[in-house]
Write a protein that binds this ligand. Structure first.
Ligand SMILES: N[C@@H](CCC(=O)N[C@@H](CS)C(=O)NCC(=O)O)C(=O)O
Length: 216
């Protein structure tokens, strides 16, 4: 089975692994599924060929035979369903792991993305200074709840699962803000995720592309 994903020809984060192809690469590495990568430019992402795969003109996409998927959550879920290793066999534990995937994408990621938008895209607006603390507080509120639930556990619900893969991926985007360090157990949780050999391979693969000097 040949799997092809798409990734930025050059990620705006310069290889910090924050682009969402990294979570897909990580899932593929966890289950031992080899994959190919098609790199796309921002321009190509908005052209019909890519829009046929991704209606919103973003990355990542995933192709496997005649199946084409978009949305990193749906892709990671598909990989986890297809292979063993990312979702528990027990039906209840499996449902809980899937719940954590949704929680990562639906409940934790939105305020984190809002913070990124406030910092990167709205920093020059006259109201930005007043708004930023409000956005940061919303992130802290979510992290406080997540931190309380994680407690001293290694992972969110028993063994490492696709729920953790998604949650760690989402939290990683916070590192540069310093807010993650206010929650030592979450900081350690993210570090545990990054220490996994599969994450390291995924990170290295995207780093190799994004850290290379520009050509031409
Ligand atoms: N909800 C989507 C978001 C996809 C997304 O925003 N991808 C970013 C990269 S991380 C992107 O392609 N941005 C450029 C663009 O949309 O033009 C997912 O999880 O896959």
């Amino acid at each position: 089975m040949t799997v092809t994903i798409t990734a930025f020809e050059r990620s705006p984060d310069g290889g910090k692994g924050l682009a969402r192809d990294t979570r897909v690469r990580w899932a593929l590495e966890e289950v031992g599924q080899p994959y190919q990568v098609r790199l796309v430019s921002f321009r190509a992402m908005k052209q019909p060929a890519h829009l046929a795969l991704h209606p919103f003109g973003s990355i990542p996409t995933y192709e496997e035979g005649d199946l084409a998927l978009f949305e990193s959550g749906a892709i990671v879920f598909h990989i986890a369903e297809l292979h063993t290793g990312l979702l528990p066999d027990d039906p209840n534990a499996r449902a809980r792991a899937i719940t954590w995937m949704f929680a990562a994408l639906n409940t934790v990621e939105p305020p984190i993305l809002e913070l990124a938008t406030a910092r990167l895209l709205e920093g020059d607006k006259p109201w930005s200074k007043e708004r930023l603390p409000l956005v940061e507080e919303r992130v802290r509120g979510r992290l406080k709840q997540l931190s309380a639930r994680l407690g001293n556990a290694d992972w969110l619900d028993g063994a490492f699962s696709a729920g953790d893969l998604m949650m760690v991926s989402v939290l990683l985007r916070l590192r540069s803000s310093g807010i993650l360090d206010e929650f030592p157990n979450l900081s350690a949780y993210v570090a545990r995720g990054e220490a996994r050999p599969a994450y390291k391979r995924a990170f290295a693969a995207q780093w190799a592309i994004n850290s290379a000097p520009p050509t031409g």
